[in-house]
Every structure is written in structure tokens, then in C-alpha cells.
Design a protein around this ligand. Structure first.
Ligand SMILES: Cc1cc2nc3c(=O)[nH]c(=O)nc-3n(C[C@H](O)[C@H](O)[C@H](O)COP(=O)(O)OP(=O)(O)OC[C@H]3O[C@@H](n4cnc5c(N)ncnc54)[C@H](O)[C@@H]3O)c2cc1C
Length: 810
């Protein structure tokens, strides 16, 4: 009897674990019960009980009528209410590997089989040609401090070389680059100037170009796209209003359909009124992509009065438009400002996509955002951190205090490792996410993850870098390569969906519905007005959902008990454990999601801190997966392993932290404690990346090597001219080369000389004939570089006063 019971429990567990269908589950139990009867363990009462449970479940009509129908009615009552804009946001885009991670059983082979994105020859030539040339033209201090704009010759260069047309198709004259190539261009530009990267990034992200290509009429495409390519039109996209920031669906700006005169003819059109702010490129735009709420009070185009959010292209030369004033975003003076429109009348065919797209604006925007959010801000953040990682590593090796390079001090190794580990991870995430776009995805959940986490990581990396540089980071001037990034970090955090909102609401809110295998189907069924179809769909989704939930509980508990050590991994090396732990946490996410949805129902939407932690769980699973994919795609270089170890262990630790906090704060305390026993039966055992790993990462950042070069791949590091990053790289090499000479000199002179005034040391060495002329030259060159690296800018007091005050008698 004991053996039979053990077999029954094992069978139940195995069937749930392997996600067996209801019929397989039932048939297996029939077989087991038959054996029980044969052994005289199972009697009539047990069969009766089994039949009472199994028959209604397995007979379609009975199950639907007596189980699914009442549950459907209940579900309709408790289902979260969704506005049209929320619904459209959820429907936008596609899911990709994020769905696998959400569903509790990621297929690692599938991850590694996604092709590694590569640049075409044309894209490579663009990066090595115009992009490299452009980087060499930039003087960021001149841009940010002296003229608060890009110089005329850079604007012209951008137009001439089609920098604003990276997403526009070749048939219109555009470059039609892959998302991966766009990312590489932005990464390189952002290393030299945030103003430049923002200026190039915005028209290639959400804006008239993207909207026209996706939804424009042929006439609109033929007219505008070639003009955008040549730079004859400067576009901007105006959605945000003073009253509607994060809640962009609530814009008060209106378009009323009416008849009026346009260019001497009476036409059917819209009278527009708007007040927008924060609009990038608006001060110099020639064409406004405008979002407003379209109304048809006189029923001139149909029965509907409130047509909803609509996007139109409005030439800024029309009467009634105010444009030209600028905001001043955190000393990163890219063109950004307000615009107002008063009773501006335009024909209906100014709507992007024509009259047919009236009221479809929100859907258009959220769909485009699914792509754009994964490219521009994540790439700008990544490029910034890669440049920062190399520069800070070099500086830490060159700058000495207490007779040691500061980078050798354990206190400095900690933030250095954070910068290095995150730089590796961030590049992995941009590569994988843009790769997904190039495979045809519009990955809305992934783009929210990439936007939130990469901009946050950029902010923390730049703060770490500032701390490491001390006063060198603080004193601003042409030679300060950090301060503008530090000042401007909150911009990326705020735009394209402010980060608190993105973490609290979007990542998991959209992730849960889009990535879950059954929730979307249940919601759709509950909204279906065809009762029979609704019941069939709901029944199918509901029982799939129940099986899925049971399976995730079995899997989670098994992985906890076995510490996930029995799980298969695609590699049997240092990364094996990471795959096992990620699979385990993925099962935990699937289980916790279902339990949170069941326990909180529609309240989950308001429980933002629960939603945020579940979102963190999904996000860190994605970030760690991207890191492992990068390591594999690049050929599993063992020297890169410290980066991988730091990045994955940091992500795993943060997953554990998110689950821990979630369970501690779970609204139902009893349920929270029970879940803790299932997930952490032996407590929270994962640790942050070790000091040893941090030490290894810090060492790589300070020593030229293939691993370090891979970390900074694609950045503007040319050593010619005035490129600060190139000069830092050169000085790092010179210092490392001259150290053995310096030590030889100290030994020969039997003196413990300080590691400065190396030129004087060279003279000493030459006169004592203990070093050669070429060794002395090396010391002199290194000293020159060293002096430049540790120097900071100073100014004549008048130079720091703004132009207006200079002319003031006071
Ligand atoms: C430099 C710059 C450039 C921009 N460029 C453009 C552009 O080109 N076109 C355009 O249309 N717009 C643009 N924007 C607007 C930008 O996208 C919005 O600023 C952004 O959406 C946030 O709106 P807000 O600043 O009004 O903040 P608010 O909406 O007032 O938000 C304030 C805070 O509340 C949080 N919050 C809001 N709702 C929630 C919630 N439900 N749960 C949790 N937290 C929440 C936010 O995360 C934020 O931290 C730009 C903004 C800036 C600053």
C-alpha cells in the first residue's frame, strides 16, 4: 500500500512537472487505480470519488456547463477594467524570449540558436567612415557650454550623410539600417557627445519617419520621406502636454472636424489647438508630428463624435503655430522646447495614414514605441557606460595616491567592477534586443526592460565613475569627459516612459498579460460577445491555466528541494550553475505570477510594488540570459568570464532579493510565508559577486587586453588629434610600458623615487647611464600623458560668466 501511495504521489508530481494534458493525467490515474484494485488497495468508494472528480473534468459539455460557465461569469466580474489606451498598449508589439522566461521553462538551446546580429558591409563602412569622421569633429564643451547647440557644420554633416535617415527605406533614399547597426552608431556617438546622440537618436526613433513608413499614405510617404532623408525637413514628435506627461493618453489637445479654407479652397479638415512641452527638436522643426484628440461633433465623417487620439503631420510654417522657444535640459542642450497651436486649420489628409487612421494614433504610437524604446535610450546608455568603463579603468591605473594606482585599492575595485560588469551586460542586452527587432519582432516587454534597466545602470555607472575620479570629475571644462553624462543621466531615465512608471506598471503589467500563455486568451474570451465561442475559448484557456499553475508549483518545489542541481544546462563549465538557477527562478516567476493574480485579482494593477518586483524578476532573467548569450556568441573567451560572472551573479542576487521582498510584503502574510517555504526552504543562499570576481573585473579595466578591447568595442578610441578617450588609452599604455623602466631606474639608483616627475627621473637615469635614450623618451612621454590625465580645467573668471551678464554693468 505504501509503495502504491508513493507511486501515486510520484505520478501526480511527474505529470504536473512535465505539464501532461488532462486526458494523459486521467488515463495514467486510471491505470494506477486499476493496479490498486488488482492489489486490493483500491475499493469501490475510491473509484466513485475518482469518477466524481474525473468525469466532469473530462466530459467537455459537463465541464463547460458546470465549471467553466460559472467561472467565466465570476471572471467577468473581477476582471481588471481597462481603458481603450491601456488595451491598445497591451496589444502592441510581440513577445519573444521574454515569454519563455515568463513561462517557467526557458529553452536555452533556442536562446543560443538565435543568430548573432552582424553588421552589413555598408553599415560597417558607415561606422568606420562618416561616424568616425563625425566623432572627430565634435568638441562637446563647445556644444554644451559655448553655443548650446551643435555647430552649423555638424548639422550639415548629419544631413549630408543621412544620419537622420537610418530607419528610412532605401526606396526613399534612406539608409535602411538594421536596428543593431543603429544601436552601434548611437553607442559610438554618445561616447563623444550626448547632445549629438540625442539629436541623431530621436528622428530615428519614435517620430514622423517611423510613423510615416508604418502608417502613412503613399502620397505622404512619397512627399515627406525623401525630404526627411535629405534633411529638407526637420521632424519632431509632440505628444506630451503640461497636463499629460506619463498619462499621455489624457492629452487635452484637440482637433475638431469642420469645413474651412485651406490654401484658397474650402475643404474638410480639423481645427487644432495644442499646448505641448518637452518636445525634442521642436524649436527647429519644420514638421510637427502632432498627437491630439480628434472630435467630430457635427458627424461630418461618421457617427462617432469622440474619435480619440490621432496623429497628423503639421508644417510649422502654418498660421497659429508658436515654435522656437527652448527648454534647457540639464546642461545637455539638445534642441528641445514647447510648442503651441491656436485654431490651426489643416485638411483631414494631414492625418498620418489619412482619414482611415483617424482615432488610431495611440495604437500607432505604442506599436512604434515597442521598437524605438529598445534602440535609442538603451544604446545611448550602453555607449556611455562602455566609454566610461574604459576611461575610468585607465584613469584608475594612471592616477596614484598613497604611492599606488588608485585602481589597486579594494575600495575602488568595487565600483570599478560594477561599471565593468554592467558595461558587458548592457552591450549584451542591446545586441540581443536589437537582434530581436531585426528578426522581425516588435518586443514591447523587452523594450520596456531594456529602457528601464539600461538607463538606471547608466545612471549608477556614471555616479560610480564620478566617485572614482574625485575632483577630476567635478571640475568642468573641455577635458572633463564625465560631468555632462552625470548631469544628463536623469534625462534618459525620464523620457519615453519615466522609469518609476515603467518599472511599477509597464514591465510586468504588459509582461504578465502578453507573456503568459493563457491570461490574454482568458481576457479575450471574457470580452467576447459571442457566448458560445467565449465559453469554448475560456474553457480551453482556464484548464490550460490550471495545469500550467500546478506544473509551476511542482517544478518550483522540486527545484528548491534539489537546489536545481539536477537541471540540465547547455554547457558543463563555469556557466552551468547559472543556467540551472535561471531555470529555477523562471519557474518561480511563473508560479508567483499565477498566485499573485489569483490572490489579488484586479487589485494587482494597483499593487504597483508587487508588480514592480515581479517585473524585476522577469527583467533580471532577461538581462542574465542576454549576458550568457553574448558570452557564447563571442566564442566563450575565458578571459571575459569575470565580466559574465559579475553580471550574472549580480542579476541572480537581485532576483533573489526581488522574490524575498515580494514574499515579505505579500498582502496575504500566510500565503507569503507558505510561498517562502516552497521557494527558499534553505533560506536565501545566493550572494553578491565575490570580491575576487570584482578584483578580476577591475584588473581587466585597468590593463590593455583583448577582453578589455571587446568591452569597449565600437567606441571612438582613435588616438589621433584631441580625442580624450584615445589620449587616455595612449597614456594607459605608456604608463604600463614605462613602469618596468622606472623600477629598473629606482633599483639602479637605489632610491625609492615617487611615481611623478618622470621626465626628471629620466634625466637622472640618463646622467647615471642606467637607462637608454629610448627608455628615457618613454618616461618623458608617459609623464606628459600623466600630467594631462590628472589635470583639470581652470578659467579666467570672465569666461565663466554668461554673455548677458558680461554686458551688464553689474
Ligand atoms: C528632455 C525631454 C525630452 C522629451 N522629449 C519628448 C518628445 O520629443 N516628445 C514628447 O511627446 N515628449 C517628450 N518628453 C516627455 C517625456 O516623455 C515625459 O516627460 C515623460 O513621459 C514624463 O512626464 P512628466 O515629466 O510630465 O512626469 P509625470 O508624468 O508628472 O511623472 C512624475 C513622476 O511620477 C511617476 N509616475 C507617473 N505615473 C505613475 C504611475 N502610475 N505609477 C508610478 N509612478 C508614476 C513618473 O514615473 C515620474 O517619476 C520629453 C521630456 C524631456 C524631459
Amino acid at each position: 500500500m505504501i509503495i502504491w501511495f508513493i507511486a501515486a504521489i510520484s505520478l501526480t508530481w511527474f505529470m504536473s512537472y512535465s505539464r501532461a494534458s488532462l486526458s494523459t493525467f486521467t488515463l495514467s490515474f486510471v491505470a494506477l487505480m486499476a493496479i490498486g484494485s488488482f492489489l486490493n488497495i483500491i475499493g469501490f468508494v475510491s473509484w466513485l470519488l475518482f469518477a466524481v472528480i474525473a468525469l466532469p473534468l473530462n466530459i467537455d459539455s459537463v465541464r463547460k456547463q458546470f465549471i467553466s460557465l460559472p467561472l467565466l461569469a465570476l471572471f467577468k466580474k473581477i476582471m481588471p477594467q481597462m481603458s481603450k489606451t491601456e488595451q491598445e498598449a497591451i496589444d502592441a508589439g510581440t513577445t519573444w524570449f521574454d515569454a519563455d522566461l515568463f513561462r517557467g521553462n526557458p529553452d536555452w538551446k533556442k536562446l543560443h540558436n538565435y543568430p548573432q546580429p552582424r553588421l552589413s558591409n555598408e553599415e560597417k563602412a558607415f561606422l568606420d567612415g562618416p561616424v568616425e569622421q563625425l566623432c572627430g569633429m565634435v568638441n562637446d564643451w563647445h556644444i554644451t557650454h559655448e553655443i548650446a547647440d551643435l555647430p552649423v557644420e555638424i548639422w550639415q554633416f548629419l544631413k549630408d550623410n543621412k544620419f537622420f535617415a537610418m530607419i528610412i527605406k532605401k526606396q526613399y533614399g534612406g539608409l535602411e539600417f538594421s536596428a543593431y547597426a543603429q544601436s552601434r552608431v548611437l553607442q559610438k556617438l554618445t561616447g563623444v557627445s550626448s547632445v549629438l546622440a540625442s539629436t541623431v537618436g530621436v528622428p530615428n526613433s519614435l517620430g514622423p519617419g517611423e510613423l510615416l513608413q508604418e502608417y502613412g499614405t503613399k502620397e505622404q510617404q512619397d512627399y515627406y520621406l525623401p525630404r526627411l532623408v535629405k534633411g529638407d525637413e526637420i521632424p519632431c514628435f509632440a505628444l506630451t502636454s503640461p497636463e499629460a506627461g506619463s498619462d499621455a493618453g489624457a492629452i487635452p489637445d484637440t482637433g475638431i472636424i469642420c469645413h474651412d479654407n485651406f490654401e484658397g479652397k474650402k475643404v474638410l479638415g480639423m481645427r487644432l489647438n495644442w499646448d505641448k512641452r518637452y518636445i525634442t527638436l521642436a524649436p527647429i522643426a519644420t514638421v510637427l508630428g502632432l498627437a491630439f484628440k480628434l472630435q467630430d461633433p457635427d458627424h461630418l465623417i461618421g457617427d462617432i463624435e469622440e474619435l480619440g487620439i490621432t496623429c497628423a503631420l503639421i508644417p510649422t510654417s502654418l498660421d497659429g503655430i508658436t515654435i522656437g522657444r527652448r527648454h534647457f535640459p540639464l546642461n545637455i542642450p539638445f534642441q528641445n522646447g514647447p510648442t503651441q497651436g491656436k485654431d490651426v486649420f489643416v485638411p483631414l489628409d494631414f492625418i498620418i495614414g489619412g482619414q482611415a487612421m483617424a482615432g488610431q494614433g495611440w495604437r500607432m504610437l505604442v506599436e512604434c514605441l515597442s521598437v524605438g524604446r529598445a534602440v535609442t535610450l538603451p544604446s545611448n546608455s550602453t555607449g556611455g557606460v562602455k566609454a566610461t568603463a574604459l576611461a575610468t579603468g585607465a584613469y584608475s591605473r594612471i592616477r596614484r595616491q598613497f604611492k599606488l594606482p588608485i585602481g589597486k585599492m579594494e575600495g575602488i575595485e568595487e565600483p570599478l567592477a560594477r561599471i565593468g560588469g554592467n558595461a558587458y551586460l548592457m552591450d549584451a542586452v542591446t545586441t540581443m534586443s536589437t537582434g530581436a527587432i531585426d528578426l522581425g519582432e516588435k518586443p514591447s516587454v523587452i523594450s520596456a526592460i531594456a529602457k528601464y534597466h539600461l538607463t538606471e545602470k547608466m545612471r549608477s555607472a556614471i555616479i560610480d565613475a564620478m566617485d572614482i575620479h574625485g575632483g577630476k570629475g567635478i571640475c568642468m571644462g573641455p577635458n572633463n569627459y564625465l560631468a555632462r553624462g552625470y548631469q544628463g543621466a536623469p534625462i534618459a531615465v525620464t523620457v519615453e516612459g519615466a522609469n518609476i512608471l515603467t518599472r511599477s506598471l509597464i514591465i510586468y503589467g504588459q509582461g504578465a498579460i502578453r507573456c503568459h500563455p493563457y491570461v490574454l486568451a482568458e481576457l479575450k474570451a471574457a470580452k467576447n460577445t459571442d457566448n458560445e465561442e467565449a465559453l469554448n475559448d475560456f474553457d480551453h484557456a482556464l484548464f490550460g491555466h490550471i495545469g500550467f499553475s500546478i506544473s509551476n508549483i511542482s517544478r518550483s518545489s522540486w527545484f528548491s528541494v534539489t537546489a536545481s542541481r539536477l537541471l540540465a544546462s547547455p554547457f558543463n563549465d563555469e556557466t552551468k550553475r547559472y543556467y540551472q538557477l535561471l531555470s529555477r527562478f523562471s519557474a518561480n516567476l511563473a508560479m508567483l505570477s499565477d498566485i499573485a493574480m489569483l490572490a489579488l485579482g484586479a487589485d494587482l494593477k494597483r499593487k504597483e510594488r508587487i508588480s514592480a518586483r515581479l517585473g524585476d524578476l522577469l527583467s533580471y532573467l532577461y538581462l542574465a540570459s542576454a549576458t550568457l548569450k553574448r558570452y557564447n556568441d563571442e566564442g566563450r573567451h575565458i578571459e571575459d568570464l569575470p565580466f559574465v560572472q559579475w553580471a550574472v551573479e549580480d542579476s541572480l542576487f537581485k532576483i533573489q532579493h526581488a522574490i524575498n521582498e515580494l514574499l515579505y510584503n505579500f498582502p496575504n502574510k500566510w500565503l507569503g510565508r507558505t510561498l517562502r517555504v516552497i521557494i527558499f526552504p534553505f533560506g536565501t543562499t545566493l550572494k553578491e559577486p565575490s570580491d575576487e570576481t570584482a578584483h578580476k573585473v577591475a584588473r581587466i579595466l585597468q590593463t590593455p587586453s583583448a577582453a578589455r578591447s571587446r568591452l569597449g568595442q565600437g567606441q571612438y578610441l582613435t588616438k589621433d588629434g584631441d580625442n580624450i578617450f584615445g589620449k587616455l588609452e595612449q597614456t594607459l599604455e605608456d604608463i604600463i610600458h614605462c613602469e618596468p623602466v622606472f623600477e629598473k631606474l629606482c633599483r639602479a639608483l637605489d632610491q625609492n623615487l615617487p611615481f611623478y616627475q618622470l621626465d626628471k627621473a629620466a634625466e637622472l637615469g640618463l646622467s647615471a647611464q642606467v637607462i637608454t635614450q629610448s627608455e628615457a623618451d618613454l618616461l618623458i612621454k608617459a609623464e606628459k600623458g600623466r600630467q594631462w590625465v590628472i589635470s583639470v580645467d581652470d578659467f579666467d573668471p570672465k569666461e565663466l560668466v554668461s554673455a548677458q551678464s558680461k554686458s551688464s554693468p553689474l
